[in-house]
Design a protein around this ligand. Sequence first.
Ligand code: F0G
Length: 476
Amino acid sequence: MYFPRKDVKIISNIKNHVMKLPFAEPYKTKMVEKIYRSNRSEREIWIKEASFNLFNLRSEQVFIDLLTDSGTGAMSDNQWSSIMSGDESYAGSSSYYNLKEAIDDITGFPYFLPTHQGRAAENVLFSVIVKEGDVVPGNAHFDTTKGHIEYRKATAIDCTVDSATDLLSGDPFKGNVDTVKLEKVLKSNPLDSIPCILLTATNNTVGGQPVSMENIKEVSDLAKKYGVRLIIDSARFAENAYFIKTREKGYKDKDIRDIAREMFSYADAMTMSSKKDAIVNIGGFIAFREEELFHKATTYNIMYEGFITYGGLSGRDMNALATGLYEGTDFSYLESRIRQVEYLGTMMKGYGVPVLEPFGGHAVFIDAKRFLPGLPPEEFPAQTLAVELYIEGGVRGVEIGALMADRDPVTRKNRYPVLEMVRLAVPRRVYSDKHMDYVAAATASVYERRDRIDSGLRIISEAPIMRHFTVVLGRA
Ligand code: F0G
């Protein structure tokens, strides 16, 4: 079966049409990396040796790696050349100032601290603002964000809109914060126990779904009304800006960078994993509007990350990041990136595979509950499906479900989230549409034999927090 893109129309009688050319990637390939295509029996042995945990596989054992879009993008020739001019001075390097200028330009925040990646930014910032007993409302906090909050004996409260868990709702902004739920949290807790509202855009946990500008404004108004800071987890801010441009009224003719600056104008600070939308292999930062908060965070940054003008990054990393912030906010790049994800989603849907819609910005999410309806939640249907997909085609995705949701920190009972999904995250500028065809076909093959997958997996041993990374599993 072949499912052509809807936007590609072969025009037979050109004379009678004004040819509308399809989009195409605004880059070409200068260097390639060989990947090994293994066979099924090799993979059956390897996944058993990896204790059915896809994080334990060696990358050579994976044909198409959709584990994450984080740090896995291909840097451009411009980024590589900016690496060559990195300034490795301990203090005051020119690379730091290059990055400062880029952050100021793209986000509008006047203060920033470099960190080695996104979770380090969370660690530094939360060291200043989050204390035991606090509550941090937000829209489905990412797992490391939640981990940093819970580690400090505080609580992350999810206030995402209900449509986020309705896999068939066509809501274009399923990442939004439900402002009624949010206001309830703001009203029912002492304000000095709410260090911030944490808004994640796009929202990874509910399927790479965007947050509308209108919603960011409403959340910001509530934050101001109650005197609480608004912080944006900005790992995929450029993809969010793309969705605002293409889906929200009034933004069609605006530039991605203007949209991004407007998003940030409503916030007091941001954390950034630059491994996503800044297309670098490592890097992160925190940016602030308040000078005082910046100064307080500086002490922790020096302790955990490094001096303020490098914070866990080398000069060359900072240079590549400064260049990447511009490349990641280029419309034609974003269009080709997000539409490649859409292409994969459309193919899978064509094969009948149950997928989350609208498709996310960075990934296609398969609904494991509908894919494997016979498996009980205790046998981890999404992890089981991710393992089957690996065995089928050497494609590595990741479970976003009960394994990742971990145990409740107080009751230690397993948490079973409404969404039980396998995420296929597409690295930036790495794979071709042919690779996407292959992934869709491999998934369709598993789908065809789904009735024969009649048992799942069980936990043999697990870590007390963020267990999915290291969990040891066996067949149930
Ligand atoms: N926030 C969001 C929304 C994320 O998706 C991630 C990472 C982080 C924060 C943490 O950033 O990895 O640089 O420390 N997400 C990756 C993923 C790991 O696969 O989605 P980090």
